[in-house]
Design a protein around this ligand. Structure first.
Ligand code: PGA
Length: 270
């Protein structure tokens, strides 16, 4: 089963490994050190068939774009606002992110849902604006601990899929990357808080079913579905490779280029 799943994946497209740097890299000096270490680690390794998407805080976007000029490397942002311009103090819109050098945007992350109360409706609006500006959305979908405990995980995943992808057409859907990110598995040091490869694959199949039902069978092989939640070089085989995911969204370990490059290498190899 595992081999079959891997083979099926191989026929597909490039995998994608995204770094969700979150609110880290506090100074320009730290940023320089990050660039140097990232370049060194990726030069040492053979990372093939993988798109690497680095998503720093907005203030670093231009500099990431200018400084990381390696093959298959892209820059993304961690959010955009649900309007394009106007009196929205403190916000950044899709065209601004694009013109600063971003090609991707993480949307619907659980930090955003938790601290900024992003709703599926707003995420839907952001997806539409991102696509309009030429940004590829990486849309996070996943149940929280309470939903999982009460047996409502699947329901939560479907609800988010339905809300986030409302009125999205097949042409738009083909460009979207869906990230299964169970909220209870994010940034945990407890191995018992990690889903098994079977659980991750089951979530992927659920998402595929949603895509088939809403966009047709042809599209399903074109939409990349990645996994996020405490991905590390130690668990990448189980969390992303055995579960036949199309890549990973990496938080904490993306701050350590040595680990991040190892994750990307493992995903590209399989
Ligand atoms: P983590 O973060 O890898 O630290 O769990 C992933 C994320 O929040 O996107």
């Amino acid at each position: 089963m595992k081999n079959l799943a891997r083979k099926a994946l191989k026929k597909n497209m490039n995998k994608l490994v995204a770094a969700n740097i979150k609110m880290n890299i506090l100074t320009l000096a730290e940023r320089e050190r990050y660039f140097a270490s990232l370049k060194e680690e990726f030069r040492k390794r053979k990372v093939e068939n993988v798109e690497i998407v680095l998503c720093p805080p907005f203030v670093h976007v231009e500099s990431f774009k200018k400084n990381i000029k390696m093959k298959n490397f892209f820059v993304g942002v961690q959010n955009i606002f649900q309007e394009e311009k106007g009196p929205f103090t403190g916000e950044v819109s899709a065209p601004m992110a694009k013109s600063a050098g971003a090609d991707y945007v993480i949307l619907g992350h659980s930090d955003r849902r938790k601290y900024f109360h992003d709703t599926d409706e707003q995420i839907n609006r952001k997806i539409i604006l991102a696509l309009k500006s030429g940004l590829t959305p990486i849309v996070c979908i996943g149940e929280n601990a309470g939903e999982k405990k009460s047996g409502k995980g699947e329901e939560a995943v479907f609800r988010q899929l339905k809300g986030c992808f409302k009125n999205i057409n097949s042409v738009q859907m083909e460009k979207i990357i869906v990230c299964y990110e169970p909220v209870w598995a994010i940034s945990t040091n407890n191995p018992d808080h990690l889903p098994t490869s079977n659980e991750i694959m089951t979530a992927k199949l659920l998402m595929k079913k949603f895509i088939v039902d809403n966009f047709g069978a042809k599209l399903v092989e074109k939409v990349r579905i990645i996994y996020g939640g405490s991905v590390s070089s130690a668990n990448v085989e189980e969390s992303c490779v055995d579960s036949a995911m199309d890549g990973a969204l990496v938080g904490k370990e993306s701050l350590a280029p040595f680990q991040f490059a190892k994750i990307a290498e493992a995903i590209g190899k399989n």
